[in-house]
Design a protein around this ligand. Structure first.
Ligand code: ADP
Length: 784
């Protein structure tokens, strides 16, 4: 009997994979799993395989022919080329570390290459300790070698710069094409978009409005067509869903042929309360939490939730993800989210600033960073989302630190029909003088105020036209609208301690040169210089327009909003995080030891000498948990504008820049407002005075509240299924069990597994030394 060709091929590929040293510990079942996931691809000579800057999605193996790895010339070192032959592996560093590829790989001869998707591969090695060990050694050796190469940081910088999609806004990290449906359910409207991860534009975008009025309309756009039909019979959300699902599978739309082609559904949810700092896969617990937030957003959450429940009923086997408008703002410090109302009341009623439009604020920040070819982690950004709802957000190194909308979307900027900031006393007065009840007040604040309140119109185009014809109320509304934004920009520049990028987005921000000019007027002193000719240009969807003077300090960018794309991307990532978490669970949850780091100081040698005398060096006192690091005999006093902390330990060895790490409580003691930052990220941080035995040093910058982090080796990272810079949540079993979010993973061959909390955090969980934490889930990862 002849063996079918496919089976023959599988056998051949299994045998070849098994013959590779690095895979030799896999059993037959594991090898055939790998072979079933592998693709064998034929290449012509000189064909590109991996482009520098690309995110690693596949592990590659040379089966026939030769490939060349080309590392670019940087600094003083020339270009390096290496040839790889049959059996050689490539792409593994980028797959395992999450860094973009630092080299181009192209075929030198005609080749047959094997390509294994990252997910299949990592799942397999997570379950096979020996193979995991081999990969860990390979990666560790390579990392040590790289660390000794002086050009490594430059190579990585080049790779980051050449990465066309560092934040995965075009889904370039998906290793196989996925179709994602994005839904936004309102009280009488349904908006939907269908994305295919390998296409630049959505396959389809639709909107059904006036549901239940007997007058519903359905608009559908595809990249080729546009249509609008009456759908008078659409009386309920269920009717609307039927129309939508019929449309996405309609052959005329050329989107998908059957509903089971959908890989995931992403739902916009307006309010996630304080429970969600990122998008999550929907399960019954998540539904409960969304239901609990309905009181906080009665105009939105109940409808969002109804959409989720309906969709789960219709398509129970397709994973569904909730993406929250509030999640991005969960990084706000308490001084930004606290209202000065009685504390007990705030606790009981969950009254605090949550902020909204977070999905778009985050999207435009990432889009701007991509366009500028700079890491978002080194930028200070103010994003002005000016649509019919409007809000402004201060983004420090990728984290929202303040935003103008509050507990509800009523606070802050002047909007189409909402007033933004108002003296609460005026509302009290109306309640007394006009006997306004809650319903009346609600209607006035949500529907009759803002631009509409001032002018009778809520469309900015009409108001601009009115003003051009001399309508005084229109002129006044425009001035007030721009002034409010300008005032917030000033405030947020103070909150950020500077500004690199000012972004305009959403209907008015994208389309009105006049409003942008009105906002920027008078801000020249702060480095905000609008380039008036460029400001007149219009910007295409998916593009970025720089409207600032070329030599100005602050880039002013117009970035079209794209919440739907961001929801699709967050949906994809939430699924990726779940898969990784499940993999990690396969290994059993290994506990992470916790160290409590008290305040400490890192010094550069020249500052050490100024403090302790010329030619003096650090005197090691005891070793720290991380190899090579030690605490010193020497201590310094920290002197802030308000107070002093004495005998603060210096940690060695010396650093390139001096840095002071303190806790929130100590910030207060010293009178310094330090941002939460990763060690070494000191741009724009406050300074402090250091006092040593022999002298005083005034640092211009360098005080941070260190971001919580876990040190781990590459082997630990592979074992946990984590990558460098992932952000995780950890459950800590102290006297009081607590979950800490926002913990950054830092991978280095020299690191020992160890989680660092500061004294405030440790006190909150009543942690003593010897405590351990369990990594529960990945909260954030730059790509899938
Ligand atoms: P939403 O917040 O409802 O999503 P959009 O972001 O679409 O709203 O913004 C809608 C607002 O944008 C409308 O108030 C409209 O007046 C305004 N807008 C759209 N185009 C222009 C334009 N060319 N000039 C001024 N305003 C505009």
């Amino acid at each position: 009997m002849s063996i079918p060709r496919r089976a023959e091929k599988n056998m051949e590929s299994s045998q070849f994979l098994k013959s590779l040293e690095i895979l030799s510990d896999l059993n037959d079942q594991e090898i055939s799993f790998l072979a079933s996931k592998a693709q064998w691809i034929d290449y012509e000579p000189s064909a590109p395989v991996i482009k520098r800057g690309e995110i690693g999605r596949f592990l590659w193996i040379v089966y026939e022919g030769e490939v060349t790895v080309v590392i670019p010339a940087v600094g003083t070192s020339g270009k390096i080329s290496k040839t790889l032959e049959r059996g050689a592996l490539f792409g593994e560093m980028s797959v395992m570390t999450g860094e973009p590829a630092i080299a181009d790989v192209l075929t030198s001869t005609a080749c047959k290459l094997i390509k294994i998707p990252r997910e299949s591969f990592s799942r397999l090695i997570a379950g096979n300790p020996k193979t995991l060990g081999k990969f860990a050694r390979l990666i560790t050796d390579r990392m040590i070698q790289n660390a000794q190469t002086a050009t490594q940081p430059d190579l990585l910088r080049v790779a980051h710069q050449e990465n066309q999609d560092p934040y995965d806004l075009n889904f370039s990290s998906a290793s196989e094409p996925m179709k994602i449906l994005v839904l936004n359910c309102g009280s009488s409207s349904l908006k939907y978009s269908l994305f295919d991860t390998v296409q630049a534009l959505p396959l389809l975008e639709g909107e059904i409005e006036k549901i239940g009025s007997g007058d519903a309309v359905h608009k559908v756009n595809t990249p080729r067509t546009s249509r609008k039909d009456d759908q008078k019979n659409v009386m309920t959300m269920k009717d609307a869903f039927d129309v939508m699902l019929g449309t996405v599978t309609d052959p005329a739309c050329q989107a998908i042929s059957k509903l089971s082609d959908l890989n995931a559904i992403g739902h916009r949810v307006v309010h996630g309360g304080a429970a969600f700092a990122n998008a999550v896969l929907i399960n019954n617990d998540v539904i409960q939490s969304i239901r609990a937030s309905c009181d906080l957003a009665p105009l939105h959450n109940p409808y969002n939730l109804a959409g989720i429940e309906l969709m789960r009923g219709l398509l129970p086997s397709i994973p569904q993800v909730a993406v929250f408008d509030t999640a991005f703002h969960q990084t706000m410090p308490s001084h930004a989210y606290t209202y000065a109302l009685p504390h007990e009341l705030c606790e009981k009623e969950h009254i605090r600033r949550y902020g909204f439009h977070g999905t778009n604020h985050e999207y435009v920040a990432l889009r701007a960073a991509t366009w500028l070819k700079r890491p978002v982690g080194e930028l200070k950004i103010i994003s002005c989302h000016l649509g019919s709802g409007a809000s402004i957000c201060a983004i420090d190194h990728g984290r929202s630190i303040d935003t103008s909308m509050g507990m509800t979307p009523l606070e802050g900027l002047i909007m189409g029909t909402r007033p933004g900031d108002v003296d609460p006393g005026a509302l009290l007065h109306l309640m007394r003088a006009d006997s306004m009840d809650v319903e009346r007040m609600d209607r006035m604040l949500n529907r009759e105020s803002g631009l509409k309140g001032i002018t009778g119109k809520n469309d900015m185009r009409e108001i601009l036209a009115g003003a051009a014809q001399g309508d005084v109320q229109c002129t006044r509304a425009i001035s007030a609208f721009c002034y409010r934004i300008r005032k917030y920009i000033g405030a947020y520049m103070a909150a950020l301690g500077g500004l690199d990028v000012l972004i305009f987005t959403a209907g008015i921000g994208e389309n009105s040169a006049e409003i942008r000019a009105g906002v920027c007027q008078g801000l020249e002193l702060f480095g905000i210089h609008l380039f008036h000719e460029r400001n007149q240009l219009s910007v295409q969807h998916g593009q970025v327009l720089d409207v600032s003077q070329p030599d100005a300090k602050v880039r002013i960018l117009v970035v079209p909003a794209d919440e739907e794309r961001m929801i699709a991307r967050k949906t994809l990532h939430a699924l990726g995080r779940v898969i990784t978490t499940e993999q990690a669970l396969l290994l059993g949850s290994r506990p992470v030891p916790i160290s409590v780091s008290a305040h400490h100081v890192h010094l550069k040698q020249s500052d050490f000498e100024l403090l302790f005398g010329q030619g003096k060096t650090m005197t090691p006192k005891s070793d720290l948990s991380q190899p090579g690091q030690f605490s010193c005999q020497e201590t310094v006093n920290l002197i802030g504008p308000k107070g002093k902390i004495s005998h603060v330990r210096i940690l060695g060895p010396g650093r390139k820049e001096s840095q002071v790490e303190i806790s929130r409580t100590e910030e207060f003691l010293l009178g310094i407002d330090a941002p939460v930052r990763e060690s070494g990220d000191l741009e724009g941080t406050p300074g402090i005075t250091l006092e040593g035995e022999a002298g005083v040093v005034i640092l211009e910058k360098g005080v941070i509240c260190a971001k919580r982090h876990i040190h781990m080796s590459p082997e630990d990272a592979l074992g946990f299924g984590l990558r460098n810079r992932d952000v995780v949540r950890v459950r800590v079993r102290g006297e009081r069990e607590m979950i800490f979010g926002d913990i950054v993973i830092r991978v280095d061959p020299h690191f020992r597994l160890d989680m660092h909390l500061d004294t405030d955090e440790a006190n909150a969980a009543e942690i003593s030394s010897g405590s351990v934490g369990i990594i529960e889930s990945i909260q954030h990862r730059n790509y899938m």
